[in-house]
Design a protein around this ligand. Sequence first.
Ligand code: KG4
Length: 339
Amino acid sequence: MSSYILGIESSCDDTSAAVINGDGVILSNVIASQKVHEAFGGVVPELASRAHQQNILPVVSEAIRQAGITKEQLTAIAYTRGPGLLGSLLVGTSFAKGLALGLNIPLIDVNHLAAHALSHFVKESADDDVPEFPYMCLLISGGNSQIILVKSPEEMEIIGRTIDDAAGEAFDKCAKVMGLPYPGGPHIDRLAAEGNPDSFKFAKPHIPGLDYSFSGLKTSFLYTLRDNLATDPDFIERNKADLAASLQKTIIDILLDKLDKAVKIHRPRHIAIGGGVSANSGVRNAIAQYCEKKGIRAWIPPRRFTTDNAAMVAIAGLMRLTPDHTSDFSLPPYSKTTI
Ligand code: KG4
């Protein structure tokens, strides 16, 4: 009998459902993004939770329909248990539990960060290549900047993390002070393509070990704008491409500096990237070039798998599903955790 895993993701502001088959091949991946937050310049938790409630049923129905199956053919349900916004997680968690109970099929709780790290196992066709364990994963998003050693689907070690802002926050907050819409990362990416990355120099952190910090860069960027605007009110408008390119280069330098340190210690043969910031053109090129130079195999996700999506939740669930799996329907969602 064929198996079909339904993944459900609702940790932040994307409601997503996906179906994969037992070989990890994607059959559908539906994402409803919430536009309601744009007006507020960031995600408003209560609004996110309400939007998930509106979206969850149509999104799950559409994922099942696009997969060409009926809900009775599902063999397991994987859902994001955390970390994320509690009100958002509650919607996906409750829906997944209700559906799994109703269909009497296994329920698998998935850690959102682990799902990002395993997203490269989602296949377009059964004979697609996948990463080899152990590998290193650079997880860069709006909420996280981490270097993870992925030893197996169950065993992951975070060897570096941000001590303040995430890389995505650095993009978004700097974009905001430039007057760009939220989320600013994609706008910086687009502008950077037309700018000179060596036009401006911004502060880089000097913290020991493999941890990241982006708050100093944010302040340095803000002060550059403030000082120049004092004498030139059109400074941002006239320099926006160069500012974006220089900001993007600084973020990439910071990311690559710690990644290189981690590589020298752990000597991985494969490096994967994931999270919203891994959609950035500069980041993708820099990682590809770095890996080529070092003889490391790079895993750069298709752009549609860089943001939050349920296909990665489904694959993480499939990789954790054992024949004697027992579902725990009493597990509550969690907002914060390590892997
Ligand atoms: O993983 P994700 O969708 O969810 C959160 O963790 O929130 O990541 C969202 C982040 C935002 O900060 C957004 O600005 C950033 O990913 N992002 C980008 C690009 N696309 C999305 N940052 C830079 N360049 C991009 N092309």
